[in-house]
Design a protein around this ligand. Structure first.
Ligand SMILES: NC(=O)c1ccc[n+]([C@@H]2O[C@H](COP(=O)([O-])OP(=O)(O)OC[C@H]3O[C@@H](n4cnc5c(N)ncnc54)[C@H](OP(=O)(O)O)[C@@H]3O)[C@@H](O)[C@H]2O)c1
Length: 372
């Protein structure tokens, strides 16, 4: 059996270490990819720091990471959309419940991707650029298109009649938010969003209306004013504090659907603590209380609110439609760009731990990536 190198989390909370691991054969619906670039998401340092509590199913050693760009080196027997040698990008779901966190993790030289969660890399994109999209794009698609969340119509081949319906994206300059803007616009909706003033032009450039700076005390009022009398199809809440703000916006504009992707309190400080358990109890109690209060407020206002799981599209029709139809079409139409711009922080598996630390320290409209 051949082997390759992986950045492994050897035990829960341990720093990543480069180790050899067995190179897998692709199953019938998988492609084996030589990974060239990976991107880092907040969930990577959350899993590393808290998986004993938040990802209790995850066994170690584990290979973390969701975002892959590289080229196909082998295909499973049922694969029809890809061939060996082709450049691809896609979503790795190894840390999900029931998956194999070594075989299917991104942070290694070779990994497997499900055919239905991958797309050919456009010739005009570098691997750095392609790697920024998979988890953010998938999470945005879950929030917008899954019936349990906003349940919007997906972009279609015929092109989409524009509608006056508004999608609210709180946190439009996050990676997920930028992709929610792109997908909602491609599906024909108006988008009203928040971002820091420095990112206003970026969100406008993707077709959103800049409604407010999410740090401003008047942000909710500003957003409501920007929406005006248009009907609201729903809101996507991204970033600490976004849930309550979105509930208020929906309450005042008559919207009834809310997709939440963030914990009410950032886990960044908690993850850095040397001893997790004593620090965890007050933080998780506050999260539990805030979540219960928000759920009550939403219900009281007739708003259906649900928490998004960005890789759940693996098991429904949104995944294959997003990756197999929407992505290639939107790329050719110029409706999908690789945003936010990649921020290359290292080359080699041994730079990945630093990349996780860099992401946790905070970024503004940039995606931390590492070349392998
Ligand atoms: N549930 C899931 O499956 C899932 C999957 C992916 C991500 N997420 C969550 O979704 C959120 C976004 O993730 P990401 O990877 O897109 O993040 P990211 O790219 O690291 O987000 C960075 C951006 O966050 C913005 N931001 C900071 N504080 C904010 C706040 N309080 N409200 C709104 N925006 C704020 C900043 O915008 P400015 O610089 O313009 O202020 C910055 O550009 C995170 O909470 C992440 O954990 C959840």
């Amino acid at each position: 059996m051949s082997s390759h190198l992986a950045a492994v989390m050897p035990t829960p909370r341990a720093r990543l270490a480069v180790r050899p691991t067995a190179t897998p054969e692709p199953a019938r619906d998988e492609i084996l990819v030589r990974v060239r670039v990976v991107a880092v998401n907040p969930v990577d340092w959350v899993v590393q720091g808290t998986s004993r509590i938040t990802y209790r199913w995850l066994h170690t050693p584990a290979v973390l990471g969701s975002d892959i760009a590289g080229e196909v080196v082998a295909i499973g027997s049922d694969v029809t959309r890809f061939h060996v040698g082709q450049r691809v990008f896609g979503l790795a779901t190894g840390t999900d419940r029931g998956r194999d966190a070594v075989r299917e993790g991104a942070f290694q030289e070779y990994s497997v991707l499900l055919e239905r969660l991958a797309a050919p890399t456009p010739d005009a994109w570098t691997d750095d650029e392609a790697a920024v999209l998979p988890l953010a794009l998938s999470t945005a698609a879950c929030a917008l298109f899954q019936p349990a969340h906003l349940g919007l119509r997906m972009p279609t081949e015929q092109g989409d009649a524009r509608t006056r319906e508004v999608v609210v994206v709180w946190g439009g300059s996050t990676s997920v938010g930028l992709n929610a803007i792109q997908l909602a616009r491609a599906a024909g909706y108006d988008v009203v969003t928040t971002a820091s003033a420095r990112n206003a032009d970026l969100v406008r450039d993707l077709g959103a209306e800049y409604g407010a700076d999410h740090h401003a005390p008047t942000a909710v009022d500003d957003l409501v004013a920007a929406i005006g009398s248009r009907p609201v199809a729903g809101a996507v809440a991204l970033g600490a504090g976004s849930t309550d703000a979105c509930i208020e916006v929906l309450r005042r504009t008559g919207g009834t659907r809310l997709a939440m992707a963030s914990t009410p309190i950032s886990l960044a400080d908690l993850v850095g603590r040397r001893r997790l358990l004593p620090a965890m109890i007050p933080v998780f109690s506050r999260i539990g209380l805030a979540t219960a209060r928000s759920a009550l407020r939403a219900r009281h206002s007739g708003i259906r609110a649900g928490f998004v799981w960005g890789s759940s599209l693996r098991d429904d029709e949104v995944g294959p439609r997003l990756w197999g139809e929407v992505v290639p079409r939107a790329v050719s139409a110029g409706a999908l760009r690789p945003v936010p711009a990649p921020l290359v922080v290292g080359t080699g598996l041994d730079t990945l731990q630093g990349a996780l630390d860099r992401q946790r320290a905070g970024v503004s409209a940039r995606k931390v990536v590492v070349r392998l």
